[in-house]
Design a protein. Structure first.
Length: 317
């Protein structure tokens, strides 16, 4: 019997324990984390492509302006030997981008100036500029613009501008990866910020969830007391009944149920007392009836004995 009671108590304790992954607190905090992560990811998906387009357009426009201004310098230069070109163009490029530089190509495709001295005097390697040279040789006037091309597996931008006499082509080059480096840095910063925000939201969410679930825990404690057949008054019940939210409605409903159960149990108790009294009365009546039966039985026995004696006396007479 004791072993059964112990097992029953253990089952009740196990019943009261809620696995952490099944708890409302965990689910609500997880929901906040997921909502924060989804919101941040959505913003990144919107902002990153937009930022890339903006940086690309601004960089290309800037490169075009540099190529145009550099071409204007070429048009007014009195000398275009190697030293003069180096003096004017060795520091030309997009500011802040180390891969950006300027080089000059003649109308026949020969490199007149390049930061890498070994390339000067050799044919241009850029396929786009080769196409521009080909058009010039055919007597055409190519449009000055900015293009994107692949050079040895590296995506590059090239802004070119043709001199007025069409004898020279000024090219400003830059690697796309370096141009978009600010976007990559922003992505890394955004990911780090997202992690920090998730940690902060988790902490704040845990506190808020704890406060929000506290009334529900109190209601569950009240219900658990009733499940243990403890219908005594509780201070928390009176406090909870005054709340105007859903937990207040729940508490008032549970309190009403408690009152109904108490009334029911009191009624059962009264009926039990009445039944006990009735049973006692029936026991008393049963004893009296038995005594009366015994008396009747004795009386009948006496009568029978008397009648037998009288009959024998009559026969003897």
């Amino acid at each position: 019997m004791k072993e059964q009671n112990t097992n029953s108590q253990n089952e009740k304790r196990e019943h009261k324990k809620i696995p952490i992954f099944s708890s409302l607190k965990f689910k609500m905090v997880l929901m906040l984390i997921v909502a924060t992560a989804v919101t941040a990811a959505t913003l990144l998906l919107i902002m990153v492509p937009f930022s890339e387009r903006q940086i690309k357009n601004e960089t290309k426009n800037y490169m075009y302006d540099i190529a145009q201004s550099s071409c204007s310098i070429i048009d007014i230069m009195t000398s275009t030997d190697d030293a003069a070109l180096k003096e004017h163009f060795q520091n030309v490029g997009v500011e802040g981008i180390s891969s950006s530089y300027a080089y000059i190509v003649s109308s026949d495709g020969t490199m007149l100036y390049h930061p890498t001295a070994e390339k000067i005097g050799k044919s241009v390697e850029n396929a786009v500029i080769k196409g521009v040279v080909s058009e010039l040789k055919n007597g055409q006037k190519p449009e000055n613009k900015v293009v994107t091309y692949d050079f040895n597996g590296v995506n590059k931008y090239a802004a070119y501008n043709i001199s007025k006499d069409q004898s020279k082509i000024v090219v400003i080059s830059a690697d796309e990866s370096e141009v978009l480096q600010p976007v990559n840095n922003m992505m890394k910063l955004a990911v780090f910020a997202l992690i920090v925000v998730v940690v902060i939201v988790s902490a704040i969410g845990a506190v808020i969830t704890e406060i929000a679930l506290r009334p529900i825990i109190r209601v569950s404690q009240i219900v658990q007391k009733m499940a243990d057949l403890d219908f005594s008054e509780n201070e928390n019940t009176e406090k909870m009944k005054k709340r105007k939210d859903e937990t207040g409605v729940m508490t008032r409903s549970v309190a009403l149920l408690r009152e109904e159960l108490v009334d029911l149990l009191e009624g059962i108790q009264k009926q039990s007392v009445q039944l006990f009294k009735t049973s006692a009365n029936l026991d008393g009546d049963s004893d009296e009836t038995q005594k009366m039966v015994e008396q009747v039985d004795r009386a009948v026995g006496d009568i029978a004995t008397g009648a037998t004696s009288q009959a024998q006396e009559t026969q003897n007479a």
